[in-house]
Design a protein. Structure first.
Length: 117
C-alpha cells in the first residue's frame, strides 16, 4: 500500500493532540490525519469510528442491571460474567454491520446492535 493511501486516526488524549504531536503526524499523513485539532477534526467518541464505544458499554450495562444489585460484589460479579460471555464473533459482527450501513452518529449503536445481533 502506498503511503498516499494511508490515513491515521487517533483518540483525543491530550498527549496525542499537542501541537508538537499534530505537527509531527502532519508530515507523513498531511490532510489524512483524523484527530482532534488535526486537519480532519473528529470527536474522539464518534460512532462512525468507534462502534464499540456506542454498542459495547450499553450492551454490558443492559445485561449487568437485569437483576436488582444488592452489593458491590454482586455488581462486580455481574460485570465480570457479562464481559466473559462476550465472544469475538459478536464484536466482529457489530463492526461489520456498522461498515455495511454507514451508520451516522445520530443513530446509536446500542439500539442498532440490540436489534441485529
Amino acid at each position: 500500500m502506498e503511503s498516499l493511501e494511508l490515513w491515521f486516526q487517533q483518540d483525543g488524549a491530550t498527549c496525542h493532540t499537542a501541537r508538537a504531536t499534530i505537527d509531527l503526524l502532519k508530515d507523513p499523513f498531511g490532510d489524512r490525519l483524523i484527530s482532534r485539532f488535526g486537519p480532519v477534526n473528529w470527536p474522539p467518541r464518534s460512532c462512525d469510528l468507534t462502534p464499540l464505544d456506542y454498542f459495547l458499554w450499553g450492551y454490558i450495562k443492559s445485561l449487568v442491571y437485569t437483576d436488582k444489585l444488592q452489593t458491590l460484589d454482586h455488581l462486580e460479579d455481574n460485570i465480570r460474567r457479562v464481559i466473559a460471555d462476550i465472544r469475538p464473533q459478536m464484536l466482529e459482527k457489530v463492526i461489520e454491520n456498522g461498515r455495511q450501513i454507514g451508520l451516522h452518529p445520530s443513530q446509536p449503536w446500542q439500539s442498532y446492535a440490540r436489534n441485529h445481533i
